[in-house]
Design a protein around this ligand. Structure first.
Ligand code: PEP
Ligand code: MG
Length: 615
């Protein structure tokens, strides 16, 4: 049951969010990240100079430490991760933070820690009140940097990664991206945190370092003790605490299977994505940052089906300029050509910045001012991006799509702003693709419901199941407490998806899927049978899906998909899917079968209380 602590050495399974794939087994190393307790002291006039000196020394040390950490990892980290560290360095020289604290020490004659705490509290309150989601988020960076400084001032023991002598799994309440970056080259097998989401900065850094990670475990710091044994499964998003001998063996086998599978799948990278009866289904990649292009090249994906452009906005203190957008997307399309890249205009808000620090900012961030809503409310920021996208379209086949569209008003407004952006470029004689394809994501039930009519507005649909499922089933996609209800195979979800595909095809437009549902091998016969034109997924999944696709017939998949609609529950659908795969397509799934039969991640979403006894 949720919240129950296992007694010492008792086995337990904790479920969180897989942030970086891979399996690790090892001892726990807990990093304590409790908020620093700040002493309050009045100082004498003659002590002011000394106090200022102490404060400035702490700032200089923190700068030095961060600079050193940055240099150590500069070669191994993507630009985005280094930018986070740069932003923190900038803050350490910021007048608003450091200058203001020094002023308080002088004027109010208070100790440095107390002055800094006062400034941090004021700034946090100020940032929390900001209407602009993006700016509000910057408050988090100030808190992170402030805590580093406070620790130095109160002489609190910094978490010491240097103490690690044997390979360990780090368990922490949270890890800042800079801390995660420092894990590079250390004896770190993986890490698990209480907070965070798949899209948190920390997760990005973890996957670029290829360190298996599970985040969003809520209470793991309270459930483990130093020296406990953990198995961490970064693909399934689960952690087994003090596993039994039997479970350890199972995971060892699973790890071995994964290695064999990866090797075997390399053969499929260069083969076409066609079914046994000659039907081509385009398999494309979801990308967040440019550094992932190398995985795309190794995967055999036919271009980019979803580029989450909001990552360009993260980890910095200013907004990207039009030119920066242009250069960023130009780099992408030049690497992806001759294939196309679908650029999703930025989807900020929702869970994109989810972290402990600002959960209370919007009571319902997933239904708040995010994605296209935010863009239409900030047309200046939006058009800067649109001009950048259009300019890049002169260098290759770029498509553009809008997230979270809920009806006609939004799609028409977004298209109008795109036309305006184009007219602005025309006036300056700047070239772009005037025939650029414009699509929309279908991820809000109202859009799915009106898909037949909305199809006339766009060149393609892309179903975003991550959000669509959360809205159809009323399941917060990042809330651990209800994740067991998050069921892609729920009959209601299947009906909506079928309706959107049919509506799109009747109107003569392509229908794609770019949510996580498209990357699960279990769903492939269904999605093929429903008639999707393109499935977009993390690049590393493309070879798996391609192998399966090449082993089944489209006509069989169509008959199979029709049958799924007679069931009442997701469990019945899942059982039927598994049975059919085993009886009809064992060969196509030969590298997957053991995983599907024993511990497929789909089971975790059906059955899991967040913390349960291991069986
Ligand atoms: C989705 O909602 O399925 C999707 C692909 O978009 P994101 O995960 O970025 O919200
Ligand atoms: Mg979405």
């Amino acid at each position: 049951m949720k919240g129950r602590s296992p007694s010492r050495n008792q086995s337990a399974v904790l479920r969180g969010i897989g942030a970086s794939p891979g399996i690790a087994t090892g001892k726990v190393f807990i990093l304590s990240r409790e908020r620093v307790v700040v002493p309050r002291r009045q100082i004498q006039a003659e002590q002011v100079k000394q106090e200022l000196h102490r404060f400035q020394a702490a700032v200089a040390e923190a700068q030095h430490e961060l600079q050193k950490a940055k240099e150590q990892v500069a070669a191994s980290l993507p630009r985005e991760a280094l930018l986070i560290m740069d932003a923190h360095l900038l803050l350490l020289g910021d007048e608003m933070l450091v200058g203001h604290a020094a002023q308080l020490i002088e004027e109010e004659r208070i100790n440095a820690e107390w002055a800094l705490r006062k400034v941090l509290d004021e700034l946090s309150a100020l940032f929390r009140k900001m209407k602009d989601n993006y700016l509000r988020e910057r408050g988090q960076d100030i808190e992170v940097v402030g805590e580093v400084l406070l620790r130095r001032l109160v002489g609190s023991q910094e978490m010491s990664l240097a103490e690690i002598e044997e390979p360990v799994i780090i368990v922490a309440h949270d890890l800042s991206p800079a801390e995660t970056a420092q894990l590079a080259g250390k004896k770190i097998l993986g890490f698990a945190t209480d907070v965070g989401s798949r899209t948190s900065h920390t997760a990005i850094v973890a996957s670029s370092l290829q360190i298996p990670a599970v985040v969003g475990l809520e209470r793991i710091t309270q459930e483990v003790s130093p020296g406990d044994l953990l198995i961490l499964d970064g693909s399934a998003g689960s952690v087994v605490l003090n596993p039994t001998e039997k479970t350890r063996r199972e995971y060892q086998e699973r790890k071995h299977r994964l290695q064999v599978m990866t090797r075997e799948l390399r053969k499929f990278v260069s083969l076409p994505a066609v079914t046994l009866d000659g039907h081509h289904l385009r398999l494309t990649a979801n990308l967040e940052i440019l550094e992932e292009i190398k995985y795309l090249k190794d995967s055999g994906a036919e271009g980019v089906g979803l580029f989450r452009t909001e990552y360009l906005y993260l980890d910095r203190t200013d907004l990207p300029s039009e030119d920066e957008h242009y250069q960023h997307y130009r780099q992408l399309i030049e690497a992806v050509s001759p294939y196309s890249a679908t650029l999703r205009t930025f989807d900020l808000g929702g869970d994109k910045f989810a972290s402990q620090l600002n959960l209370a900012d919007e009571m319902n961030p997933a239904m708040g001012l995010r994605a296209i809503r935010f863009c239409l409310a900030s047309p200046g920021i939006f058009k800067t991006q649109l001009r950048g996208i259009l300019r890049a379209s002169a260098h290759g086949k770029i498509k553009v799509m809008f997230p979270m569209v809920s009806g006609f008003h939004e799609i028409r407004e977004a298209k109008r702003l795109l036309r305006e952006a184009g007219a602005e470029l025309d006036r300056k004689g700047i070239p772009f693709d005037h025939e650029i394809q414009v699509g929309m994501m279908v991820e809000v039930p109202s859009a799915a419901q009106m898909a037949d009519r909305l199809a006339k507005e766009v060149a393609f649909f892309s179903i975003g199941t991550n959000d669509l499922i959360q809205y159809i089933l009323a399941i917060d996609r990042i809330n651990e407490h209800v994740s067991y209800l998050y069921e892609p195979l729920h009959p209601a979800v299947l009906q909506v998806i079928r309706q959107v595909v049919e509506a799109g095809h009747q109107a003569g437009i392509e229908v794609h899927m770019c949510g996580e549902m498209a990357s699960d091998p279990l769903h492939l016969p269904l999605l093929l049978g429903l008639g999707f034109d393109e499935l977009s997924m993390p690049a590393t999944n493309v070879p798996r899906l391609k192998k399966i696709l090449r082993g089944i017939k489209k006509s069989d998949a169509e008959a199979f998909a029709r049958e799924l609609f007679r069931f009442d529950t997701a469990r019945e659908v899942l059982e039927f899917v598994r049975a059919e795969i085993q009886s009809r397509w064992a060969e196509a799934y030969s590298l997957e079968l053991p995983t599907l039969v024993t511990d497929h991640p789909a089971d975790a979403t059906r059955s899991a209380p967040a913390l349960g006894a291991e069986n």
